[in-house]
Design a protein around this ligand. Structure first.
Ligand SMILES: *[C@@H]1O[C@H](CO)[C@@H](O)[C@H](O)[C@H]1NC(C)=O
Ligand SMILES: *[C@@H]1O[C@H](CO)[C@@H](O)[C@H](O)[C@H]1NC(C)=O
Length: 363
């Protein structure tokens, strides 16, 4: 793995030198936001309440200075000024997310907000008028509260509710939007949220919730993809995928190479192998680790839920491109006896009995 990286780096260096570090012609630059981060207007018109609205309002101390997204950048009101800025800085594309409870106040398709629909129509038309391509994320973490009240991503029926929502969004905006991301950073929604409890919905349940969420979010994505494939792509000609959060993991010492590969399977593989591999389903190395660790904990079967063959086929191949957000890389090593391991992204993984560290020499 190290050797491979060195080769890639030297090839890239050569390319950069030859081209004076110019990006290739046709490379597109853009910017990205999420509805809860920028829209504000959490309670205007008939917008429903999301799990982030509930979380920030009901958990004093959970957010530094008890700040909220109630107003945020107020892009709900300032959308035209924001488009003008995007145009001034020369963006080729702008990625934003649709707020599910702004469009469907209770989360379900029997209750549609005219105001929500108008807001996203204005935004999309405004971007296109400036020659900026809209890229739309369907879910960037602001789940309608009534769906959370039924168990949120741990409830298998959420895949149906998400598919209905996705179908509605494609029908409204698919004539103008040609690149779609179903779910942004599922590992944050499932692992990071349920293993820590520090993100909405503020529930810490690292035993089953993390892995139920992992399974259901993949099925929800795949159902949305299949709807697009069948009913929209023939006339709208767009592309749909899923956006992973890829933490890259390297071995701390040569003895940790196998562990580094397992670490990548546990973070990236659980959210990629079912969709993008030829065989589909969970990475086999993770099935084995989860089975062994669950038994060691005293469970009779693996905490990683099984997929039916039908589910494997539904999910496998449900993509038109590979997408990821990348922030950083960590080194992995085995945990020391009695060491506090914590959870992925902050420190480590109990399942792998491993810890992530940064090399102190990195700037
Ligand atoms: C639709 O959503 C609004 C806003 O949350 C709510 O007041 C209303 O009762 C809902 N209607 C139905 C039919 O669910
Ligand atoms: C909306 O929320 C704000 C706080 O962000 C509050 O001041 C205002 O009264 C609320 N408006 C309605 C209509 O509930």
């Amino acid at each position: 793995m190290l050797f491979y990286n060195i080769v890639v780096l030297s090839v890239l260096n050569t390319v950069w030198c030859i081209n004076l570090r110019k990006f290739p012609t046709g490379f597109k630059f853009g910017a990205a936001t999420a509805a809860y981060q920028i829209e504000g207007a959490w309670n205007v018109s008939d917008k429903g309440v999301s799990i982030w609205d509930t979380f920030v309002h009901n958990n004093p101390g959970a957010i530094k200075n008890d700040e909220t997204g109630d107003i945020a950048a107020d892009s709900y009101h300032n959308w035209q000024a924001d488009i003008d800025i995007a145009s001034d800085i020369g963006l080729h594309f702008y990625r934003f997310s649709v707020s599910w409870p702004r469009l469907l106040p209770t989360g379900y398709v029997n209750n549609k907000s005219e105001d929500g629909k108008n807001y996203y129509n204005k935004l999309i038309d405004g971007l296109l008028a400036k020659g900026i391509e809209p890229i739309v994320t369907l879910y960037h973490w602001d789940l309608p509260q009534p769906i959370q009240d039924l168990g949120g991503w741990t409830n298998p029926l959420i895949a149906e509710y998400f598919a209905d929502y996705a179908n509605y969004v494609f029908s409204l905006f698919g004539d103008r939007v040609k690149i779609w991301i179903t779910i942004n950073e599922a590992i944050s929604v499932c692992d990071f949220a349920y293993n820590s409890g520090i993100l909405a919905p503020g529930i810490k349940e690292p035993i089953y919730a993390t892995y139920l969420c992992n399974k259901h979010i993949l099925i929800a994505h795949a159902k949305a993809y299949r709807i697009y494939e069948k009913y929209y792509r023939p006339r709208q000609h767009g592309k749909v995928s899923f956006a992973n959060n890829l933490l890259w993991i390297e071995p701390l010492t040569p003895a940790d190479e196998e562990l580094a590969e397992l670490g990548l399977q546990h973070t990236a593989g659980r959210y990629s192998h079912p969709i993008y591999s030829k065989k589909g389903g969970w990475p086999l190395s993770i099935v084995k680790v989860m089975e062994e660790y669950s038994k060691k904990q005293g469970f009779h079967s693996s905490r990683l839920p099984r997929f039916t063959n039908e589910e494997i086929q539904l999910i496998r191949g449900s993509y038109d491109f590979y997408a990821f957000n990348h922030y950083t890389t960590r080194l992995i090593r085995p945990a020391q006896p009695g060491e506090d391991i914590g959870f992925w992204f902050l420190t480590g993984s109990p399942e792998l009995n491993a810890v992530l560290v940064a090399d102190p020499s990195w700037p």
